[in-house]
Design a protein around this ligand. Structure first.
Ligand code: SAM
Length: 274
């Protein structure tokens, strides 16, 4: 048996009596044309190791395996074990890990080698997972991730845009970020209430280290916590005008117009004052 001989995703779900559970943020991609498109956008193939979070019924998993990549799929919902085991039985390059992705040690899974992250993320934990991958001790080689459209905007928009905020600054300080595919709600089973989009992230070679990232989290939390206020007021507790001038910024400007480089300068100025 090979991947092509597997039953369709719908048949597999039915055969195992499985249905989507809201608590796990489950909205499945059952159209292999869509999952193949995501696998192509991930730019992975033979010789690559992919960590896929939340394989569910395995549509994206199958498309990733078809590229020739080695896949480690991390799923929290034990109900999918028998179904995914059937895929693993015909695909020796698939390894299954049943665990909470928020708690797994990706460095141990990657075993010291580079690995790519690809996921149709569960809505409820998508943002915390992204923060873990961008600011934690282990960095993926690339990330190709499906988010709610509104979250994708909060990741990719720039200064002056409505969705520009803390998340965009943290992501863009560490990665090159692009929205590469829009996916309407009807592409999923069951359809969620909102549209989705795939974001492609490529970690920068020159990324801020842990101390600078901590400082960046601090200044962006204060600045965007009161995004309509002038920086001199929102950053008062961190050093006010003196800090802002040391970063080369205008104390009368608002967080929403400050570029990523400006926030990095604020983080550096804050670190220098300690
Ligand atoms: N990849 C599948 C697809 O595209 O059809 C399923 C995507 S569904 C949006 C999200 C998947 O993530 C579900 O299978 C869900 O059980 C799983 N999941 C939710 N929270 C998780 C967590 N903390 N760790 C690992 N998997 C999780």
């Amino acid at each position: 048996m090979s991947l092509e001989d597997l039953p369709s995703l719908r048949e597999a779900l039915e055969a195992h009596g499985l249905w989507a559970k809201k608590a796990f943020g489950q909205h499945f991609l059952l159209d292999l044309n869509v999952t193949r498109k995501i696998a192509r956008l991930a730019q992975v193939g033979e010789g690559d190791h992919v960590i896929e979070v939340g394989p569910g019924p395995g549509g994206l998993t199958r498309a990733l395996l078809e590229t020739g990549a080695r896949v480690t799929a991390v799923e929290m919902d034990e109900r999918f074990r028998p179904l995914l085991q059937e895929v693993a039985d015909v695909a020796p390059n698939l390894a299954l890990v049943f665990a909470d992705a928020l708690k797994v040690d990706e460095a141990a899974i990657a075993a010291g080698q580079p690995a790519h992250l690809v996921s149709n993320l569960p809505y409820n934990v998508g943002t915390p997972l992204l923060i873990k991958w961008l600011t934690g001790p282990w960095t993926p080689k690339s990330l190709t991730l499906m988010f709610q459209r509104e979250v994708a905007d909060r990741i990719t928009e720039g200064p002056g845009d409505e969705a520009y905020g803390r998340l965009a600054v943290i992501v863009q300080a560490t990665c090159k970020a692009r929205r590469v595919l829009d996916a309407p709600a009807r592409a999923f089973t069951p359809p969620p209430k909102v549209d989705s989009a795939v974001v492609r992230l490529e970690p920068l070679a020159e990324r801020p280290g842990p101390e600078r990232l901590d400082a960046l989290q601090k200044v962006t939390a204060a600045a965007f916590g009161q995004r309509r206020k002038m920086l001199r007021s929102s950053l008062k507790v961190l050093g006010g005008e003196e800090l802002i001038l040391a970063a080369g910024l205008d104390p009368q400007s608002r967080a929403e117009v400050i570029p990523v480089a400006g926030f990095l300068a604020l983080a550096d100025a804050w670190l220098a004052r300690r």
